[in-house]
Design a protein around this ligand. Structure first.
Ligand SMILES: C[S@@+](CC[C@H](N)C(=O)[O-])C[C@H]1O[C@@H](n2cnc3c(N)ncnc32)[C@H](O)[C@@H]1O
Length: 223
């Protein structure tokens, strides 16, 4: 615990110093990286993400849903790494035209389908098992959401180009991530390759913050 506190202090201290942030980038077995579906399923089975559906821990989701609804009212929304539908709980109140949530973990998708069974039955939402690193649906979307899982989808620039190919003209990608040195390093890598539309920081009541932004990948028309 003391080590984690120290690490968090160091991360906060280097947020504005990209050179040092690189030095403190997480490495080794604990570093965020792509992992097989079985591992994610085991995490979900152990309840590691159950707390994420708590409304008190989702102010960043409300913020992102609001940004999307303002830029693309009545959007067709695709979410990558939707977990048990925590972000959808915010988005559904703002009247998207459609919502497709995908996650690599079958257990997460089963949880989301059970939580939002009525919306699924009414055709307002669908949840499917899919690897976000290998996604090629036929449909086009007005918004693609990546909430707290960008670092698990492979090289960030490739992830954003892939999203760009799934977006209709005027489409946006919305991202949330915990404000720490590794996510910030991804942000710095990504920023020159996209057009940033909105940026915000949402404070967490227990300390720390989320970074929330929308952007348009290169090659997507303004619409
Ligand atoms: C930290 S949880 C965040 C869940 C949810 N987005 C939220 O904000 O509550 C990361 C999620 O990403 C999913 N995930 C990890 N790698 C993935 C991949 N390659 N494709 C799709 N989902 C993935 C995990 O199963 C997990 O549900």
């Amino acid at each position: 615990m003391a080590y984690l506190r120290l690490r968090r202090l160091i991360e906060l201290a280097v947020l504005d110093r990209p050179g040092l942030a690189h030095v403190f980038r997480p490495r080794g077995p604990g570093a965020p990286r792509a992992a097989p579906a079985e591992q994610w399923d085991a995490h979900h089975a152990a309840g590691l993400y159950d707390g994420l559906v708590d409304p008190e821990r989702r102010h960043h989701h409300h913020m992102l849903a609001g940004m999307i609804a303002e830029r693309r009212p009545g959007a067709r929304v695709l979410e990558i790494g939707c977990g048990q539908g925590a972000f959808y709980d915010s988005m559904r109140r703002l009247g998207p035209a459609s919502y497709l949530g995908t996650d690599i973990a079958p257990r997460a998708i089963a949880g989301a389908q059970a939580r939002f069974a009525q919306d699924v039955a009414l055709g307002r939402a669908a949840f499917q098992v899919a690897d976000g690193a290998d996604l090629a649906p036929e449909a086009r979307f007005d918004a693609i959401v990546i909430a707290d899982c960008l670092e698990y989808l492979g090289p960030v620039r490739e992830t954003l180009s892939r999203c760009g190919r799934l977006l209709a003209p005027g489409g946006v990608v919305g991202v949330t991530q915990w404000l720490a040195s590794h996510p910030l390093a991804l942000w710095r890598e990504l920023k020159p390759a996209v057009t940033i539309l909105d940026e915000a920081v949402v404070l967490a009541p227990w300390g720390g913050a989320w970074q929330v932004w929308t952007c348009r990948p290169a090659g997507v028309a303004d619409g």
